[in-house]
Ligand binder design. Structure first.
Ligand SMILES: [Zn+2]
Length: 389
């Protein structure tokens, strides 16, 4: 199935106490789809599963369960591998009744791991790519509606052709009356399209609404939309009603990305300002880990290249204080697991707490965060300044 934000949230909340879960991400290069291609990548990934198994110190029965899942995964790719166009995310724990396969954007990359929770760092990392978006092309007598997200996009089975009276040959009508008559038709047309959009929104809420059409038409149309829809409106572009899906998608992507960039700028500025006054934000991985543990993150802002080794607890999930090399969890004395890069655990944990995640891939924003260790958090509540000796 297609990955959605809701599915990521569901995976984030999953935990299996007894049976380990295999998480596997595989990027698909369509042009290379052959048995060899899959088998080489899979072989490497499944080797990582074996390594993770050792780190977890599984019982014989648990270890056997993982082996069975690995076998099932192998068979799955043998039989269904060619059904995926971009990337695959797969979560398996047959004994725990879990088997989920998702189509995901190709940016997902490759990874395989075993844990008692789904390893969701990679999904969380690309969540902004599948924020649902709706685009409506509008003119005075027609409309087309598209839905999807930044990586997939399709025309929804809705096309509205309204009967608007012709501009000529209306004997007997005064010019003014005739013009009003046309305006009534246009207004009704806008209303009907607005209703269709609202209906789509109720069925499957989208985060962004983009509108395509002539400037003055767009302005009138957007003005008349339900407030819920107007709230989600992020911009318009000029295009012909005959535009193809690819063009509409490209314009939509451009508008949404520009909007997301502005949103990121807002987060970075707010965070740096608050941290400077030692108020509602903290900077640096060490302090971010502390506030994640306190469940006090409203928004986590991170340079998407940041990589720092660290440890997390296999029992309670807590990321251990940075630099702590103990083999027992600081909080519950459970077994801990070392990671070459602990940052994905940190943002996955913040995501589980419903924090907003802001990944910076723009050189300008990265530079702003660099002196502060490439990461920071806007807080939910004030914790006071650290006391100095
Ligand atoms: Zn613990």
């Amino acid at each position: 199935m297609e990955i959605t934000r809701r599915e990521v949230e569901r995976l984030g909340a999953l935990r299996s106490d007894e049976w380990p879960i295999v998480s596997l991400y595989l990027r698909v290069a369509k042009e290379h789809i052959t048995d060899d291609h899959y088998s080489i990548h899979l072989k490497n990934l499944l080797r990582d599963v074996a390594r993770a198994k050792e780190q977890l110190g599984l019982t014989r029965a648990q270890s056997q369960a993982v082996d069975e899942d690995v076998e099932r995964i192998r068979e799955f790719f043998r039989d269904h591998g060619d059904e995926f166009g971009q990337g695959v995310a797969l979560f398996a724990s047959s004994r725990a009744g879990l088997w989920q396969v998702y189509h995901v954007p190709r940016e997902i990359g490759n990874e395989a791991d075993v844990d008692f929770r789904p390893v969701i760092g990679r999904l969380v990392r690309v969540v902004e790519l599948f924020e649902p978006v709706c685009t409506c092309l509008i003119s005075r007598d027609r409309a087309r509606i598209f839905a999807g997200h930044l990586t997939t996009f399709r025309e929804v089975a809705v096309r509205l052709d309204e009967e608007v009276p012709g501009q000529h040959g209306q004997g007997g009508w005064s010019q003014a009356r005739f013009a009003r008559h046309i305006e009534d038709h246009v207004r009704q047309h806008f209303e009907r399209v607005g209703q269709v959009l609202f209906h789509l929104f109720e069925q499957d809420p989208f985060r962004f609404l983009v509108v395509g059409g002539p400037d003055e038409v767009v302005a009138d149309f957007v003005d008349g939309l339900h407030p819920y829809l107007r709230e989600r409106y992020v911009g318009a572009f000029n295009c012909l009603m005959e535009a193809n899906v690819k063009q509409v998608h490209e314009e939509t992507r451009r508008i949404v990305e520009a909007w997301q960039r502005q949103e990121k700028r807002g987060y970075v500025e707010l965070m740096l300002g608050e941290a400077l006054s030692q108020d509602m934000a903290v900077l640096g991985l060490e302090r971010v880990v502390e506030v994640v543990q306190m469940q006090n993150v409203n928004a986590l802002v991170v340079d998407d290249r940041l990589s720092v080794p660290g440890r997390y607890c296999l029992r309670c999930g807590a990321v251990q204080p940075i630099g702590n090399e103990a083999n027992e969890c600081t909080f519950c004395s459970g077994p801990v697991r070392a990671r070459d890069n602990i940052v994905p655990e940190v943002y996955a944990e913040a995501y589980r707490q419903n924090a907003n995640l802001v990944f910076l891939n723009d050189p300008e924003f990265r530079r702003q965060l660099e002196p502060h260790g490439g990461i920071g958090a806007i807080l939910r509540y004030r914790i006071g300044a650290p006391t100095s000796a």
